[in-house]
Design a protein. Sequence first.
Length: 256
Amino acid sequence: MKVLIVEDEFMAAERLEDLLIKIDPTIVVAGHCDSVKKTVQWFQLNKPPDLLFLDVQLGDGLSFEIFEQAEVDCPVIFTTAYDHYAIEAFKLNSIAYLLKPVKMEELKASVEKFKASPYFAGGIYLIREQQFALEKVQQLLTKQYKKRFLIKSGTHIRSIPVEEILYFYSMEKATFAKTVAGRTHLFDHSLEQLEILLDPMLFFRISRKYIISVTAIADIITLSNYRLRIVLKNCDDQDVFVSRERMQEFKEWLDK
């Protein structure tokens, strides 16, 4: 079985190839592409692979553009760092997906699902289904995120731009936000609701208690147990940690 890996992060592409070979030594990686342009060129010069591993967001644009510029007549397993709401669109349309960082067991299950699929050799139905899923996910990924929040302060109402917010945190079943000016505001939204409303390029949920902006980080300290402690601006909490299950994703978020 020949596969093509489209991934703009070198380490992620190398890791994916290593995992694939461990799962099935007969798998042949026909090539690596790290951009929309190179992937389009690859399909123009080569026969389609049996299976395509496709990152949703590449350095020169969203991977949806590849389908507009080249014929992709092969099944696709998507890899994405986007939230589970985008992932649901893949599920509804029977499109295999992997959430970064890719896990061995999930990758193995996706490959086995592909091998057992009646669309192993591709087909019109599968391609149409993929295109429908792409359109749905593209709508989700290009949606408008919150730019301002309306808050109440006594008898006053104020609109706060998201750029002024350093981080959100939960405490005693309530949600608060800390601003660049050092003010604390009570919010009606839960952290779960805020995850949907905030631009994931600007904000990241590091734990059950905190959603932080990239500008809020004053320092990151690696501890002896390999945990990461975050020093936040305008924050007295000395126990702000990145949860273990989110560490790899957090590092990838910082590196975007």
